[in-house]
Design a binder for this molecule. Structure first.
Ligand code: FES
Length: 102
């Protein structure tokens, strides 16, 4: 089991928004879907755009560069031109602290 690392405050991630954090050299995108926080790798597997700068559509994030889609809750790639999934991270919210398992 990994270690939980505090990465943001819950109040910094309004509902249906995204925030990018850097944890030990890795960029991770945090999303608030209906009050629940999810974390996936921020770097698109197609050409390395920042997914946190994309737009949220339902439970998917649409890459801002060429519009590949990824499922925010699982990191699964759901639409081209990307082929590979992005990593997803376990999130724990403790009070106003958002922690992810590294
Ligand atoms: Fe994300 Fe191309 S960089 S779809």
């Amino acid at each position: 089991m990994g270690e939980f690392v505090k990465v943001a405050k819950l109040s910094q991630i309004p509902e249906r928004s995204a925030r990018c954090v850097e944890v030990r050299g890795t960029r991770i995108a945090l999303f608030n879907l209906d009050g629940e926080i999810f974390a996936i790798a921020d770097t698109c597997t197609h050409a390395e755009a920042s997914l946190s700068e994309g737009s949220i559509s339902g439970e998917e994030i649409v890459c801002p560069l060429h519009y590949a889609t990824f499922h925010i809750k699982t990191g699964l790639c759901t639409g081209p031109p990307a082929d590979d999934d992005v990593r997803s991270y376990t999130v724990r919210v403790s009070g106003d602290d958002v922690e992810i398992e590294i």
